[in-house]
Ligand binder design. Structure first.
Ligand code: FES
Ligand code: FES
Length: 283
Protein backbone atom coordinates (compact mmCIF):
# COMPACT_ATOMS: atom_id res chain seq x y z
CA UNK A 1 0.00 0.00 0.00
CA UNK A 2 1.45 3.40 -0.88
CA UNK A 3 1.50 6.52 1.29
CA UNK A 4 -1.44 7.99 -0.56
CA UNK A 5 -3.68 5.01 0.23
CA UNK A 6 -2.62 4.86 3.83
CA UNK A 7 -3.80 8.44 4.26
CA UNK A 8 -6.62 8.88 1.76
CA UNK A 9 -7.66 12.28 3.07
CA UNK A 10 -4.36 13.77 1.88
CA UNK A 11 -3.87 13.79 -1.87
CA UNK A 12 -1.09 15.13 -4.07
CA UNK A 13 -3.12 18.31 -4.61
CA UNK A 14 -3.12 18.96 -0.85
CA UNK A 15 0.63 18.54 -0.72
CA UNK A 16 1.20 20.78 -3.75
CA UNK A 17 -1.07 23.51 -2.39
CA UNK A 18 1.04 24.02 0.73
CA UNK A 19 2.40 27.54 0.96
CA UNK A 20 6.13 28.21 1.22
CA UNK A 21 5.70 28.96 4.94
CA UNK A 22 3.82 25.73 5.53
CA UNK A 23 6.49 23.80 3.62
CA UNK A 24 9.15 25.46 5.73
CA UNK A 25 7.33 24.63 8.96
CA UNK A 26 7.00 20.99 7.97
CA UNK A 27 10.68 20.89 6.99
CA UNK A 28 11.66 22.40 10.33
CA UNK A 29 9.56 19.80 12.09
CA UNK A 30 11.40 17.08 10.19
CA UNK A 31 8.22 15.80 8.54
CA UNK A 32 8.93 14.34 5.10
CA UNK A 33 7.28 11.72 2.86
CA UNK A 34 4.94 9.33 4.70
CA UNK A 35 5.34 11.16 7.97
CA UNK A 36 4.24 14.39 6.28
CA UNK A 37 1.17 12.74 4.70
CA UNK A 38 0.23 11.15 8.00
CA UNK A 39 0.61 14.40 9.93
CA UNK A 40 -1.38 16.41 7.38
CA UNK A 41 -4.10 13.74 7.34
CA UNK A 42 -4.43 13.93 11.09
CA UNK A 43 -4.42 17.71 11.33
CA UNK A 44 -6.88 18.12 8.43
CA UNK A 45 -9.16 15.45 9.89
CA UNK A 46 -9.18 17.21 13.25
CA UNK A 47 -9.77 20.60 11.60
CA UNK A 48 -6.63 22.06 13.16
CA UNK A 49 -4.70 22.66 9.94
CA UNK A 50 -1.81 25.09 9.92
CA UNK A 51 -2.65 26.32 13.42
CA UNK A 52 -1.55 22.95 14.77
CA UNK A 53 1.62 23.18 12.72
CA UNK A 54 2.51 26.50 14.24
CA UNK A 55 1.84 25.28 17.76
CA UNK A 56 3.96 22.23 17.14
CA UNK A 57 6.79 24.34 15.74
CA UNK A 58 6.67 26.54 18.85
CA UNK A 59 6.65 23.50 21.13
CA UNK A 60 9.63 22.12 19.33
CA UNK A 61 11.50 25.41 19.59
CA UNK A 62 10.71 25.62 23.32
CA UNK A 63 11.80 22.04 23.88
CA UNK A 64 15.07 22.82 22.13
CA UNK A 65 15.76 25.72 24.49
CA UNK A 66 18.12 24.99 27.33
CA UNK A 67 16.39 25.37 30.69
CA UNK A 68 17.96 27.71 33.28
CA UNK A 69 18.58 24.68 35.52
CA UNK A 70 20.41 22.91 32.69
CA UNK A 71 22.55 26.01 32.09
CA UNK A 72 23.34 26.16 35.78
CA UNK A 73 24.21 22.46 35.83
CA UNK A 74 26.56 22.99 32.87
CA UNK A 75 28.15 25.99 34.54
CA UNK A 76 28.49 24.16 37.84
CA UNK A 77 30.18 21.28 36.05
CA UNK A 78 32.59 23.64 34.34
CA UNK A 79 33.20 25.49 37.61
CA UNK A 80 31.41 28.66 36.44
CA UNK A 81 28.59 28.72 39.04
CA UNK A 82 29.10 31.17 41.87
CA UNK A 83 27.92 31.19 45.45
CA UNK A 84 26.42 34.36 46.86
CA UNK A 85 25.70 34.92 50.54
CA UNK A 86 23.44 37.79 51.57
CA UNK A 87 20.72 38.66 54.03
CA UNK A 88 17.25 38.87 52.59
CA UNK A 89 14.49 40.28 54.79
CA UNK A 90 16.56 39.48 57.84
CA UNK A 91 17.53 35.88 57.00
CA UNK A 92 20.84 34.71 55.65
CA UNK A 93 20.55 33.14 52.20
CA UNK A 94 23.24 31.27 50.32
CA UNK A 95 22.53 30.77 46.63
CA UNK A 96 24.56 28.94 44.00
CA UNK A 97 23.76 30.58 40.71
CA UNK A 98 24.83 31.20 37.16
CA UNK A 99 26.98 34.37 37.33
CA UNK A 100 24.55 36.12 34.98
CA UNK A 101 21.61 35.77 37.39
CA UNK A 102 19.97 39.07 38.31
CA UNK A 103 18.59 39.80 41.76
CA UNK A 104 14.99 39.94 40.48
CA UNK A 105 15.11 36.40 39.07
CA UNK A 106 16.84 35.05 42.18
CA UNK A 107 14.15 36.56 44.41
CA UNK A 108 11.23 35.34 42.34
CA UNK A 109 12.46 32.04 40.90
CA UNK A 110 14.83 30.76 43.58
CA UNK A 111 13.41 32.20 46.79
CA UNK A 112 9.71 32.41 45.89
CA UNK A 113 9.56 36.10 46.87
CA UNK A 114 7.13 37.02 44.11
CA UNK A 115 6.06 40.31 45.69
CA UNK A 116 8.80 41.95 43.63
CA UNK A 117 7.36 42.34 40.15
CA UNK A 118 8.90 41.99 36.71
CA UNK A 119 7.55 44.75 34.48
CA UNK A 120 9.80 45.81 31.63
CA UNK A 121 12.88 43.78 32.71
CA UNK A 122 15.07 46.56 31.33
CA UNK A 123 15.23 49.26 33.96
CA UNK A 124 12.43 51.49 32.76
CA UNK A 125 9.34 50.92 34.93
CA UNK A 126 10.50 50.53 38.55
CA UNK A 127 8.18 47.57 39.26
CA UNK A 128 11.17 45.52 40.43
CA UNK A 129 12.47 48.09 42.96
CA UNK A 130 13.91 46.61 46.18
CA UNK A 131 16.14 48.06 48.87
CA UNK A 132 19.81 47.01 49.08
CA UNK A 133 21.78 48.33 52.06
CA UNK A 134 19.17 51.05 52.51
CA UNK A 135 19.18 52.31 48.93
CA UNK A 136 16.60 51.58 46.26
CA UNK A 137 17.80 49.55 43.28
CA UNK A 138 16.22 48.10 40.18
CA UNK A 139 16.56 44.39 40.81
CA UNK A 140 16.18 43.57 37.10
CA UNK A 141 19.46 45.41 36.45
CA UNK A 142 21.32 44.23 39.56
CA UNK A 143 23.52 41.17 39.27
CA UNK A 144 23.05 38.86 42.24
CA UNK A 145 26.83 38.58 42.42
CA UNK A 146 26.99 42.26 43.36
CA UNK A 147 24.82 41.59 46.45
CA UNK A 148 27.44 39.50 48.24
CA UNK A 149 27.34 40.36 51.95
CA UNK A 150 24.54 42.90 51.51
CA UNK A 151 21.18 43.37 53.20
CA UNK A 152 18.27 43.11 50.78
CA UNK A 153 14.75 44.18 51.73
CA UNK A 154 11.77 43.34 49.55
CA UNK A 155 8.12 44.21 49.99
CA UNK A 156 7.71 40.99 52.01
CA UNK A 157 10.23 42.26 54.56
CA UNK A 158 8.70 45.67 55.28
CA UNK A 159 5.83 44.67 57.54
CA UNK A 160 6.53 43.98 61.19
CA UNK A 161 4.64 40.73 61.71
CA UNK A 162 0.95 41.53 61.33
CA UNK A 163 1.64 45.28 61.54
CA UNK A 164 2.03 47.04 58.22
CA UNK A 165 4.91 49.40 57.54
CA UNK A 166 3.59 52.99 57.85
CA UNK A 167 4.11 53.43 54.10
CA UNK A 168 2.02 50.33 53.34
CA UNK A 169 -0.76 51.61 55.62
CA UNK A 170 -0.63 55.05 53.99
CA UNK A 171 -0.92 53.52 50.51
CA UNK A 172 -4.08 51.74 51.62
CA UNK A 173 -5.48 54.83 53.34
CA UNK A 174 -4.92 57.03 50.28
CA UNK A 175 -6.10 54.45 47.76
CA UNK A 176 -2.68 54.68 46.11
CA UNK A 177 -3.13 51.73 43.77
CA UNK A 178 -5.58 50.14 41.42
CA UNK A 179 -4.34 46.89 39.89
CA UNK A 180 -1.45 46.83 42.39
CA UNK A 181 1.21 45.57 39.97
CA UNK A 182 3.50 48.55 40.44
CA UNK A 183 2.74 48.88 44.15
CA UNK A 184 5.51 46.75 45.74
CA UNK A 185 8.09 48.71 43.75
CA UNK A 186 6.40 52.03 44.57
CA UNK A 187 6.38 51.24 48.30
CA UNK A 188 10.01 50.04 48.40
CA UNK A 189 11.04 53.14 46.47
CA UNK A 190 9.05 55.40 48.83
CA UNK A 191 10.57 53.78 51.94
CA UNK A 192 14.11 54.34 50.62
CA UNK A 193 13.15 57.88 49.64
CA UNK A 194 12.43 58.66 53.32
CA UNK A 195 16.04 57.88 54.14
CA UNK A 196 17.29 60.04 51.26
CA UNK A 197 15.29 62.98 52.62
CA UNK A 198 16.62 62.34 56.12
CA UNK A 199 20.18 62.43 54.80
CA UNK A 200 19.48 65.72 52.97
CA UNK A 201 20.13 64.36 49.48
CA UNK A 202 19.26 66.74 46.64
CA UNK A 203 17.12 65.92 43.61
CA UNK A 204 16.85 67.44 40.15
CA UNK A 205 14.18 69.89 41.37
CA UNK A 206 15.92 70.97 44.58
CA UNK A 207 16.07 74.74 44.19
CA UNK A 208 19.02 75.75 46.33
CA UNK A 209 21.78 73.25 46.86
CA UNK A 210 23.69 75.65 49.16
CA UNK A 211 20.94 75.74 51.77
CA UNK A 212 20.02 72.06 51.68
CA UNK A 213 19.93 70.49 55.15
CA UNK A 214 19.29 67.09 56.64
CA UNK A 215 15.73 66.01 57.48
CA UNK A 216 14.19 67.63 54.42
CA UNK A 217 10.44 68.03 54.26
CA UNK A 218 9.58 67.16 50.69
CA UNK A 219 7.14 69.18 48.61
CA UNK A 220 4.77 67.38 46.23
CA UNK A 221 7.09 68.47 43.40
CA UNK A 222 10.06 66.86 45.14
CA UNK A 223 8.10 63.65 45.80
CA UNK A 224 6.96 63.45 42.17
CA UNK A 225 10.50 63.97 40.89
CA UNK A 226 12.05 61.50 43.31
CA UNK A 227 9.40 58.88 42.46
CA UNK A 228 9.61 59.46 38.71
CA UNK A 229 11.42 56.16 38.15
CA UNK A 230 8.35 54.24 39.30
CA UNK A 231 5.62 54.18 36.68
CA UNK A 232 1.97 53.39 37.39
CA UNK A 233 -0.09 52.48 34.38
CA UNK A 234 -3.29 52.83 36.42
CA UNK A 235 -2.42 56.48 37.11
CA UNK A 236 -2.66 56.23 40.90
CA UNK A 237 -0.15 59.07 41.24
CA UNK A 238 -2.28 61.51 43.34
CA UNK A 239 -2.79 58.83 46.01
CA UNK A 240 0.87 57.79 45.89
CA UNK A 241 2.08 61.37 46.41
CA UNK A 242 -0.44 61.92 49.23
CA UNK A 243 0.63 58.70 51.00
CA UNK A 244 4.33 59.57 50.80
CA UNK A 245 3.71 63.16 51.90
CA UNK A 246 1.81 61.95 54.97
CA UNK A 247 4.50 59.49 56.08
CA UNK A 248 7.35 61.86 55.25
CA UNK A 249 5.88 64.92 56.99
CA UNK A 250 4.36 62.97 59.87
CA UNK A 251 1.19 65.00 59.41
CA UNK A 252 -2.20 63.71 58.35
CA UNK A 253 -2.84 64.46 54.70
CA UNK A 254 -6.39 65.05 53.55
CA UNK A 255 -7.69 62.00 51.75
CA UNK A 256 -8.29 62.55 48.10
CA UNK A 257 -11.58 60.62 48.30
CA UNK A 258 -14.24 59.55 50.78
CA UNK A 259 -17.42 57.57 50.70
CA UNK A 260 -20.32 59.88 49.80
CA UNK A 261 -22.56 60.85 52.71
CA UNK A 262 -26.38 60.52 52.56
CA UNK A 263 -26.62 64.32 52.14
CA UNK A 264 -24.16 64.35 49.23
CA UNK A 265 -26.00 61.52 47.49
CA UNK A 266 -29.32 63.34 47.98
CA UNK A 267 -27.86 66.59 46.62
CA UNK A 268 -26.66 64.86 43.44
CA UNK A 269 -30.02 63.12 42.94
CA UNK A 270 -31.97 66.33 43.53
CA UNK A 271 -29.78 68.23 41.12
CA UNK A 272 -30.50 65.62 38.46
CA UNK A 273 -34.25 65.70 39.14
CA UNK A 274 -34.31 69.52 38.95
CA UNK A 275 -32.47 69.47 35.62
CA UNK A 276 -35.06 67.02 34.35
CA UNK A 277 -37.90 69.30 35.50
CA UNK A 278 -39.04 66.87 38.22
CA UNK A 279 -38.70 69.16 41.25
CA UNK A 280 -41.75 67.60 42.93
CA UNK A 281 -39.83 64.29 43.20
CA UNK A 282 -36.79 65.59 45.08
CA UNK A 283 -35.64 63.54 48.05
S1 FES B 1 11.21 45.36 35.67
FE1 FES B 1 12.93 46.40 36.42
S2 FES B 1 12.61 48.45 35.84
FE2 FES B 1 10.97 47.40 34.93
S1 FES C 1 -1.69 50.34 40.40
FE1 FES C 1 -1.81 49.46 38.43
S2 FES C 1 0.10 49.94 37.56
FE2 FES C 1 0.08 51.05 39.38
Amino acid sequence: MNDKNEHPSVNDGDLESLSADEEKLLDELGLFGAARRQFLGQTLASGLGIFALQLLAKEKALAAMTSPDAVLAQNAASGDAIQVTMRINGSTQILTVDPRTVLLDALRERLGLTGTKKGCDQGQCGACTVIVDGRRVLSCLTLLASCEGKEVTTIEGLANGAGLHPMQAAFIKHDAFQCGYCTPGQICSAVALLREAEAGEASYVTRNLRTITKDLELSDEEIRERMSGNLCRCGAYPGIVAAIREVQSGRQTAQAWHFATQEEIAAVMNDKLLREGRSDETV
